[in-house]
Write a protein that binds this ligand. Sequence first.
Ligand code: NAD
Ligand code: UDX
Length: 446
Amino acid sequence: MKVTAIGTGYVGLVTGACLAEMGNHVLCLDVNAEKIRILNEGEIPIHEPGLQEIVQRNVAAGRLQFTTDIDRAVNHGTIMFIGVGTPPDEDGSADLQYVLAAARSIGARMTDYKVIVDKSTVPVGTADKVRAAVADELTKRGSTLAFAVVSNPEFLKEGAAVEDFMKPDRIIIGSDDEQATLFMRALYSPFTRNNDRMVVMDLRSAEFTKYAANAMLATRISFMNELALLAEKVGADIELVRRGIGSDPRIGYSFLYAGAGYGGSCFPKDVKALVQAAQAEGVSLRVLAAVEQANERQKMVLVDKVVARFGADLSGRHFAIWGLAFKPNTDDMREAPALVIVQELIRLGATVAAYDPVAMPEAKRVLGDLRSFSFCERAEQALEGADALVLVTEWKEFKSPDFDAIKAALKQPVVFDGRNQYEPSLMKVLGLEHHGIGRGSAQSVK
Ligand code: NAD
Ligand code: UDX
């Protein structure tokens, strides 16, 4: 099939590349000329495991192309994905200006039937707004061309985006148009055996489903982070509690890891947007509002632990940070807890040396010229002369480090383990002072 992806970011690029991999002819459009230049030179502008290979293979096969030419992009696809950003507005609600601009640009140029697919995460009712925007542009041209609007929210996780897209848990199709539904079924049939992963529903329920999924996952994380605070006080180990409750299939193991708070381009903004959307309807989502508040507090937990250990005046103190990205296997720094932690340590007078396997260029771009802050080429280098190590992102290479080298390089053998990567009992044996998240009993029971 002929597909256009409007917006070639994480979602648009992965969608475009994976659909091309299944034999579709895909043209990806972006207004960011630099992004398109990089892609046309055979590189990808983000760090996403497995993506570069798929992009290169499909470009070579002539099934995947990139452009900034909107006329060409609208002319190309019968199926037009809109995967542009929906950042938070001042009040937290989703800013739809990019989605609606994309819709208008389709309406202003289309010359044949289009299935317009909302792939971006958008509030309930957005499909109607997209439909109205396209219709308005057609009316201006005196055109009566037919088109359909479909909601197809994306559930990929960064760092595992290709795998998630290729083997989806489910494909949500929100549609009130039979023909458009058939197009979507055909497009996604290679991704779902016997269509058993395809869930077709009305537009509004599909839009809602995306927010509900992210809100549920964020809730699990904040819930565990709050229990971790209590576990520390009462002498329980949240890791053991996680295993204990996760074994109940009604609860399950995933997304129960206490840590330094959730970040990324989705949970923070989507939780805010859902709370805001509910408020506009006169509904107060109290649980979800608390999820967000708990996460804001959680991003400060590592700093609070540093202050409890070294005092509120950190002048003359130096800290090593391991991990800057909001999660491993990505260079995405959006809403990364590390941003809050680094800035807060510096505000309290400390100097900071940081290392991240892939996110340092992006962190440099986001943090700019920050005084008292430096980047290190290697993890060990960041430790030199530091008062303590603060682990913020659980990259695999931090999981089993040379503990003796850590001890030797630090001024004091103190480790703040923001992702519970190390067993407190082992750290004790090694002579390292370990501050985990919710590891109240400070020992591991086998
Ligand atoms: P992104 O910022 O990485 O990419 C968006 C791209 O759209 C940018 O490259 C931007 O230049 C481009 N763009 C903006 N307006 C445009 C226009 N009119 N025409 C063409 N290109 C335009 O964003 P993202 O992370 O890919 O997220 C996109 C949407 O998908 C958001 O709604 C997000 O919530 C949702 N989503 C993201 C993820 C994720 O993990 N990143 C997962 C699921 C859903
Ligand atoms: C999320 C959703 O998982 C995905 O389905 C949606 O499409 C986009 O948003 P993403 O933000 O890429 O994906 O990463 P995710 O793995 O969900 O992690 C988000 C944040 O939660 C990270 O900061 C991570 O460190 C944190 N997290 C995750 C925890 O703190 N504990 C956990 O148990 C899981």
